[in-house]
Ligand binder design. Structure first.
Ligand SMILES: C[S@@+](CC[C@H](N)C(=O)[O-])C[C@H]1O[C@@H](n2cnc3c(N)ncnc32)[C@H](O)[C@@H]1O
Length: 237
């Protein structure tokens, strides 16, 4: 357990808390929770409803397809969580939000408390957006059914940036997007698999040569797959 308490706390507000059970019970997130480095609490939005049916959505004013998530439970839920964690940043997962990337992940990882609000159906009532949300993030230009999977992506990407979570700090520093480049190719044993060999340089034991090869491969890959990143990389280096 961490002696100082968790470095990053997440409160997730959702209509589908069960969706988080599996992903948060495995791998790096499980480890980070076990070490006490992060704390994640998932809250059922229906807890903040007023009627006995626990209604959270209603028809849109002005007509049109789908349902809209009502302001009341969202206001109540967010206000409840904010009162427990003053200073927490409230984030709405939304396809109209700022595009989430590794740079945004590093920025967000400096926060100590994040409240993640998962939308569903057509959208949340716009008044939630206007009055309670500090930032909106999109995980890409496509539509998921709800904010749950996008929230999991945010949590996972942030948890691995918390100091002490990833055992070898170098592995974070060398990942794709870290320095504006994609990662280089990786190989492990055996040296020859079905007649396909590992590049000779990786077996040379010459660290400088290996480093140079990896840099060149990273540049080549980025050029081939993500030339947009390369423009940014050239500006910074
Ligand atoms: C079906 S979507 C609503 C899409 C909305 N009508 C629109 O066109 O912008 C329901 C919920 O899923 C989440 N969502 C969908 N796509 C997302 C994305 N790319 N990034 C983040 N959240 C997303 C949001 O929380 C959203 O409120």
């Amino acid at each position: 357990m961490s002696k100082t308490g968790p470095l990053l706390t997440f409160d997730i507000l959702t209509l589908f808390p069960e969706m988080f059970v599996g992903p948060f019970r495995e791998s790096m997130i499980r480890l980070a929770k076990k070490k006490g480095l992060v704390k994640i609490q998932v809250h059922n939005l229906r807890r903040f409803t007023l009627d006995r049916h626990k209604t959270c959505d209603d028809k849109p004013f002005g007509g049109g397809p789908g349902m809209v998530m009502m302001a009341e439970p969202l206001f109540k839920g967010i206000e409840f969580l904010k009162a427990r964690r003053p200073g927490a940043k409230v984030i709405l997962l939304a396809p109209q939000g700022k595009k989430y990337n590794q740079r945004e992940a590093w920025q967000l990882s400096r926060e100590s408390h994040l409240i993640l609000v998962c939308g569903h159906y057509e959208e949340v009532d716009e008044r939630v957006r206007e009055h309670l949300i500090d930032a909106e993030y999109s995980i890409g230009d496509f539509i998921t059914t709800g904010g749950e999977l996008p929230a999991m992506c945010l949590v996972d990407s942030l948890v691995r940036l918390v100091p002490g979570v990833v055992g070898n700090k170098d592995s974070i520093q060398h990942e794709s997007f870290q320095n504006g480049l994609l990662d280089h190719p990786h190989y492990t044993r055996p040296r020859v698999f079905r007649g396909f060999s590992v590049p000779e340089v990786l077996l040379s034991g010459d660290h400088k040569k290996v480093e140079a090869w990896r840099k060149e491969q990273a540049l080549r890959r980025t050029q081939e797959r993500r030339p947009d990143l390369l423009k940014e990389h050239r500006k910074d280096h």
